[in-house]
Write a protein that binds this ligand. Sequence first.
Ligand code: SF4
Length: 403
Amino acid sequence: TKSLLGNILPPPTPPDPNHTPSPAHEAAPPPLHALARPAPTSSSPLARFRAPPRNLSVTDLTSPAWCELQYDYALSRFGKLPRTARMISGTNVHAALEAEVHEFVPVPVQTKVDRWALRLWNVITGLRALRATGRTRELEVWGSVEGVLVVGVIDEVGYSCPDSELQVALAFSGAKLAYPAPGRGRVRLDAFSKGEKEKRRVYVTDVKTRGSKSLPPAPQLKGTQVQLGLYRRFLAQMVNGEFSPEMIWNRVGLDPEEEFSEEFVGGMADKGTEEDLKNGDREEKTGTGEANEYRTLGALWRLVQAEYAAAIGQEGVGLVMEAAYLSAEGEFIGRKVFGYDEEGLLAYVKETMRWWRGERPARGVDIEHAYKCGTCVFVDSCEWIKERAAEDLARVRARKRTA
Ligand code: SF4
């Protein structure tokens, strides 16, 4: 049954680049073959690409898992990853999935705090949809990584646990490949309570679209595992009240006591579907009659926390996470299940943040992952490749001299 709770527009500028249309790039792809690595600069990638009021996204932390240098090139050239045909079809599939559980209506937005209020209302209606229907989609979360604000949008959150003995075992074989930790899989497996399924926990799912009809091989799962781990961590931080909204207000420059515009409050209070109107229960179903009561971001944030407590509560967020794979046409291919590995996640994030902070240069792929270069648009001008080729040449010459 389609929820009537999520019936407001999504944020005008979604924070996750995977979900952000980029007409300019789609219309006229720039000549990529002639790219050179950007000139070295003293400022960090964080200062160059994510200076306030911008923030890091989950994608900013997961994309480097494929190749850090490729992401560095992409940011330097485009400010984000160029959108491929697969990403565009993925956006369409996500939009169709979201429309299965949420219904959208336009709301007038006049000011910066209005825009943020709309984002918070979408979180609130998403959490109410979770309680009413057992799942929600495109739930925005905020979190803190090493003191830096990070934003993400979780594809799906639901009460259905993807747990099973076999799936958890598979999850740990994936975890070991992504984060080499020999001998620790059994310990973590034991950490899963047999009662996990009965508890009213929530579980995160990410929906991936693929060009091929097969599941990705294990080496390609690292970014997905990091992504799901960050979603799970941020969701838990939100549920436990461990995330302070001051991070958002300070970063973006928002006054949590500034009142929303009358147009916005009136627009929100006025929304409902034709069916609701016929049934005479518009406000009860949509909950937007509360718009008059919550007129500032500070007040609305308290409602967000109350909705989290009501939807998820003490049982918290499950330790099992899932990636569901669909074809470009939306056909189900299969799923991969992961166990939450906090230690591995934090180790990865710490190392990736060193690059973001400019404490070390971006790295190209490890030699055993050189197959990734075969599909990379920067391969013709990649300095990492040139350096490897120069090293190979020097080795050959040295061998000849000693022969
Ligand atoms: Fe990374 Fe290879 Fe592309 Fe260079 S060519 S940016 S090492 S994937």
